[in-house]
Design a protein around this ligand. Structure first.
Ligand SMILES: C[S@@+](CC[C@H](N)C(=O)[O-])C[C@H]1O[C@@H](n2cnc3c(N)ncnc32)[C@H](O)[C@@H]1O
Ligand code: SF4
Length: 423
């Protein structure tokens, strides 16, 4: 298969929902356990491929981060009281971004204190913190290492300096490797990295070098993403102008196959479309939680929540988010209440990201077999070689992993076919 279509291949981080149908007030979860996401929307600069909800540059200073934390404290305190009243225990927390490690040591301590004081963390199994190499200092590592179940996840992307520079990553290879070593040599028990393959200018040797390097560094967890080229990003514009060469689908297929083969040799097992680890203890439970369509509450600018059959997206504008919370509002975004069909499609969309997506939990949750609910869709994807499916589980094929963006749009009915030039 070969394609030049940039839009259809790109994965959306969140499913398509029609926000604006309900308020941004989150309802209590149906279940007695939940996950928490906290968004830290600050980065020094924006990488040229990134579409995350962040602010960058001069705007990002100590005072703004303090203001943000004050708002976050208010928002968390309100919803934590609701969760405690319902006796909801928190099992996994992800602090993502943006760049959580851009916060100062004091601010990080304050954030952890907030979460531990306000939420019922008696069943907590992990806190995942995302970090950017140059922002991770020894002092911050010491703060992180004090939390026993903390997993640090560092954005590296590649160990090829040219390819890093091409996409506007503002760190060197030395920064990347020394940060991973700093974390590995500390008392942090789980250290993961993100790698992107198919960056402009990359080839098979880059995947080999990246995988060998992370294995040699003793990394515990790896996210291996294909580059998603989003419309309107500097990377897309440069490709359009001919300043960068986009890795075509055949190149992505080759790089993925090489990466997967080598990771298996290094004893890394894949457990989702993009995640690999050498041992059960290092799996990222937060992602697994979402892929099982279990409920979570998101806090902070642009954070997403899924609770009681409803999705809420918080305000995406930083000033407006802070203003709303400061004014005492707990209605910090807008949402959509799912119909049964929408909720089933939401579950399918996340579930497909799992390796060996089991069919039984879907039946327990919705009272029908997933193959009856989505017979035509699953047949269509199987015929195109994008999934395999039997009565026990569904699995993306390697092509399915690369085409996940198109698959998700198809299963949520945003598109009615996956065009033949994509497959
Ligand atoms: C919040 S960032 C990780 C922490 C930190 N901000 C950093 O970039 O180092 C999450 C990860 O998303 C991935 N990512 C972001 N945009 C992407 C894209 N367009 N294609 C593939 N992966 C992407 C990157 O691997 C990145 O490390
Ligand atoms: S540092 Fe991470 S979140 Fe920030 S722009 Fe780059 S990829 Fe996006």
């Amino acid at each position: 298969m070969e394609t030049n279509d940039l839009k259809t291949l790109s994965l959306r981080y969140h499913p398509s929902v029609e926000v604006g149908k309900t308020s941004g007030v989150r309802s209590p979860p149906r279940a007695q356990s939940a996950a928490i996401y906290v968004h830290i929307p600050f980065c020094a600069t924006r990488c040229h491929f990134c579409t995350f909800a962040i602010v960058t540059g001069k705007l990002v200073n100590h005072d703004l981060m303090e203001e943000y934390l004050v708002a976050l404290e208010k928002e968390v305190a309100f919803y934590a009281a609701m969760l405690r009243e319902r006796r909801v225990r928190i099992e996994t927390i992800q602090i993502g971004g943006g760049t959580p490690t851009i916060l100062s040591t004091t601010q990080l301590e304050r954030l952890f204190a907030l979460l531990f004081e306000k939420l019922d963390c008696s069943a907590l199994t992990e806190i995942i913190v995302e970090g950017f190499p140059t922002t991770i200092t020894k002092d911050k590592v010491n703060v992180l290492a004090r939390i026993d179940c903390l997993k640090l996840n560092i954005g590296i992307q590649t160990f090829n300096e040219n390819n890093l520079a091409n996409v506007g990553r503002k760190h060197s290879l030395f920064d990347a490797a020394s940060t991973v070593k700093l974390a590995k040599d500390s008392n942090i028990k789980s250290v993961g990295v993100d790698i992107i393959f198919g960056l402009p200018g990359s080839d098979n040797d880059d995947v080999i070098n990246d995988v060998d390097t992370i294995a040699a560094l003793g990394v515990d967890h790896l996210a291996l993403y294909p580059l998603w080229v989003y419309e309107g990003t500097p990377v897309e514009r440069k490709i359009h102008r001919g300043d960068l060469v986009r890795t075509r689908l055949t190149g992505l297929q080759r790089q993925l196959a090489t990466g997967m083969g080598l990771l298996a040799e290094h004893r890394f097992e894949r457990y989702t479309a993009f995640h690999y680890t050498r041992s059960e203890a290092h799996k990222h439970g937060y992602g697994l939680w979402q892929m099982a369509a279990r409920e979570w509450l998101g806090f902070g600018m642009a954070a997403m929540s899924y609770s009681n059959g409803e999705v809420v997206f918080n305000e995406r504008n930083l000033g407006r988010y802070i203003e709303k919370v400061r004014a005492g509002s707990v209605d910090t975004g807008s949402g959509q209440r799912f119909s049964r069909d929408e909720e089933m499609r939401f579950a399918l969309q996340y579930g497909l990201r799992l390796r060996h997506y089991p069919t039984a939990p879907f039946k327990d949750q919705f009272g029908c077999d997933i193959r009856d609910a989505f017979g035509p869709e699953l047949r269509y994807l199987t015929e195109r070689g994008l999934i395999t499916c039997d009565d026990r589980e569904i699995d993306l094929t390697s092509d399915g992993i690369l085409m996940l963006g198109a698959i998700e749009k198809y299963v949520t009915r945003e598109t009615s076919t996956i065009a033949s030039d994509e497959t």
